[in-house]
Ligand binder design. Structure first.
Ligand SMILES: [Mg+2]
Length: 121
């Protein structure tokens, strides 16, 4: 089973994402900020990370940079989630190592197509 780590400080968004991902046959884990996510990735690297941008403690961008600095044998794919007013962040995130992005609010079809693009559907 493919694994996805959902990283978002919103419990509601994590719940929505989990539901979508489970219907796509992913095993889902959750983290509430970038630092939690990094700890999780170092212990049990998922196939893909669905990454929020704005979070307390450690932001999505800080997480991306920290993930690149780890020596994981296989780096998880990263799909980051942005809002309409976050369009300017897309280029920076891709440069920092994100593989794809989705706009919030996302739906099942969008998530499914992005996972397909990164090779996980
Ligand atoms: Mg957030």
């Amino acid at each position: 089973m493919k694994t996805c780590l959902v990283v978002d400080d919103s419990k509601v968004i994590r719940k929505v994402a989990r539901h979508i991902l489970e219907t796509l046959d992913f095993e889902v884990a959750e983290a509430g900020d970038g630092r939690d996510a990094l700890t999780h990735c170092e212990a049990t690297p998922p196939d893909v990370v669905l990454l929020d941008w704005n979070m307390p403690v450690m932001s999505g961008m800080e997480f991306l940079k920290a993930l690149s600095a780890t020596d994981l044998p296989k780096r998880p794919k990263v799909v980051f989630c942005t809002t309409e007013n976050g369009i300017g962040h897309i280029k920076a995130a891709i440069e920092a190592g994100a593989d794809e992005y989705v706009m919030k609010p996302f739906d099942r079809d969008t998530i499914a197509s992005k996972l397909q693009i990164v090779g996980l559907a």
